[in-house]
Design a protein around this ligand. Structure first.
Ligand SMILES: Cc1ncc(COP(=O)(O)O)c(C=O)c1O
Length: 395
């Protein structure tokens, strides 16, 4: 299944000889592949790792790619080095390394290793959870409109009931409205915080109270894909709910602040029984070795997240200021890597006009928000081009 953000409403732009996306992909695996080949993919001691690893991807400026919420800043140099150094281990299944990563995650999250499960990205976790709570068409998910589609899409796919509440007038997820919809029919609730596409957050006190109440009926799934990007991580992190024994699933990914979208590594935290069930489904034949070693090195790189966070903040503040100055209705207080605003024309038309200026914005809309777009933070040249294009297209 394709990532929803890589699906375009408009025909794909002509592929440049080497697209930035291909180069990004190449950054991780091409280098890894070269090292593995050098070693004949056999024994680790035979690997001569390159002395230095490229970290910032080579730049193709034919299109500013601001539609898929990837990190323009790349992964930790330590993650890249780890993937290269350990490349030949790709010949082996990575179960042992997976257990080590679970222990490392458990230690930083303050939970037990049997409360952590891994997957190749967090999308498989959302899909597996959606399938599970759909209960072969008999289940019911309560969530918000204009939220991330992973779990709702799976629920619909399995023909279970989807109950969507409206956003508040501030374009935030309405937890009161959601709680009012929870009933004996409900088999799960889903909250994305910060929310994709609106980018804003719900108050932590309210989320905690909601999760405690809703999880008395059914598991409450909190998607924290963008949590590391927000201004106050400690005040908003919800792992304590699992520690306290509530039926809550916390979901994280290395695709966003850690800059590993192409490498695929995500994890969940839940009560041991649910974590075990989810782990059996999402882990399946195992989780990819390069992703595991890169994730371990990323966590060990204590400077990385504090260095990345202000970069994302500067980018989203800039996008927000431009949209505001242009008088566009906008979801206030974005805390992730993107802004969500009304472009005052059908989204498809806006996306085409931006593409003509060399800027790719998100390729889809959310029901009820057909004239809204989501634009994410890019490199400086991408931000410059995007700002110029917004001023021209929205003038
Ligand atoms: C809120 C949210 N959750 C989960 C995902 C899935 O990401 P991944 O599968 O790369 O971990 C995304 C991707 O954009 C997202 O925005």
């Amino acid at each position: 299944m394709r990532h929803p953000d890589t699906i375009s409403e408009t025909p794909a732009p002509e592929a440049p000889a080497t697209s930035r996306r291909a180069l990004l992909r190449g950054l991780g695996m091409a280098s890894v592949g070269a090292a593995a080949l050098a070693a004949g993919c056999a024994r680790t001691e035979a690997v001569a790792a390159p002395a230095t690893a490229p970290v910032v991807p080579p730049v193709d400026k034919s299109m500013a790619i601001l539609g898929a919420n990837e990190s323009p800043f790349g992964p930790s140099p330590k993650a890249v080095s780890a993937m290269i150094e350990k490349a030949a281990m790709t010949a082996r299944y990575a179960d042992g390394e997976g257990e080590e990563l679970k222990k490392q995650i458990a230690a930083i999250e303050g939970v037990a290793p049997d409360q952590v499960f891994l997957a190749n990205g967090s999308a498989p976790i959302l899909q597996a959870f959606g399938e599970m709570i759909a209960q072969k068409g008999k289940g019911q998910l309560v969530t918000s409109e204009a939220t991330y589609e992973g779990v709702p899409r799976a629920v619909k796919q399995y023909e279970a009931e989807l109950v969507l509440t409206k956003l508040t007038p501030e374009f935030k997820v309405d937890l009161d409205a959601m709680l009012a919809k929870v009933s004996s029919k409900t088999t799960a609730t889903y909250v994305c915080n910060p929310n994709n596409p609106t980018g804003n957050m719900v108050a932590p006190v309210k989320l905690k109270a909601f999760a405690i109440e809703a999880s008395k009926t059914a598991p409450c799934f909190i998607d924290e894909a963008y949590l590391h990007l927000c201004d106050d991580y400690d005040a908003n992190v919800m792992t304590s709910l699992v520690r306290e024994g509530h039926n809550v699933v916390i979901c994280r990914t290395f695709s966003k602040i850690y800059g590993m979208a192409g490498q695929r590594l995500g994890y969940g935290i839940a009560l041991p029984e649910l974590a075990q069930t989810m782990g059996m489904v999402t882990r399946g034949g195992g989780v990819n070795h390069a992703g595991i070693v890169a994730a371990m090195a990323s966590i060990d790189d204590k400077e990385f997240v504090p260095t990345m966070r202000p970069k994302f903040k500067a980018g989203r503040d800039r996008l927000y200021a431009v949209a505001k100055e242009l008088g566009r209705p906008i979801a206030a207080d974005p805390q992730a890597s993107f802004v969500f605003f009304d472009v005052g024309m059908p989204h498809k038309e806006f996306a085409e006009k931006m593409k003509a200026e060399g800027v790719k914005v998100v390729g889809r809309t959310w029901a009820g928000y057909d004239t809204w777009t989501r634009i994410c933070v890019g490199e400086d040249w991408e931000m410059d081009r995007c700002e110029a294009a917004m001023r021209k297209v929205l003038a």
